[in-house]
Design a protein around this ligand. Structure first.
Ligand code: CMP
Length: 138
């Protein structure tokens, strides 16, 4: 079994659609084995997106991610990382396929409703960023 870190982002919590996104996650066969609703402070957001710190969108991204609550969650499945990335769809919702979360709900390339880890190495780091082992109940 594999685990991945998911974030339901501020555009989605603001629109009260976190349950609908969770339904898409569960309908796809992934299991939500840890979940909490938090408000990121700037330090947490900057640390999480550290790899993007030289990108022109970094400041806006951190401001957006701290603008409203987020739901951080651990998803489990046989190929959780790749399966969740497929379910999310392209970063830019203009390119997202039918049936994906971003096609259904994302507002734009930044306000794209969800984040998912992109590799096993990053999944481990990202899960550890938000959860201790005893908060993850498989
Ligand atoms: P995420 O998958 O969480 O990874 C980085 C985030 O930066 C991305 O989703 C978007 O929310 C945001 N972002 C804003 N502008 C861009 C851009 N031009 N390219 C990629 N990501 C962007």
């Amino acid at each position: 079994m594999e685990q991945t870190l998911s974030i339901i982002k501020p555009d989605a919590t603001k629109r009260n659609i976190t349950g609908r996104i969770n339904a898409m996650i569960e309908d796809s066969g992934l299991r939500i084995i840890a979940q909490k609703r938090i408000i990121l402070d700037l330090k947490m957001a900057e640390g999480f997106y550290e790899v993007h710190k030289e990108r022109p969108f970094f400041r806006d991204l951190c401001d957006y991610m701290t603008s409203a609550p987020v739901i951080v969650q651990v998803l489990q499945g046989k190929n959780a990382i790749e399966d969740y990335r497929k379910l999310m769809g392209s970063t830019d919702p203009k390119n997202a396929e039918d049936g994906t979360i971003r096609k259904a709900y994302a507002l734009g390339i930044q306000e794209n409703s969800v984040h998912g880890s992109d590799s096993p190495e990053n999944a481990k780091i990202e899960i550890g960023y938000f959860f201790s082992d005893n908060e993850i109940i498989a």
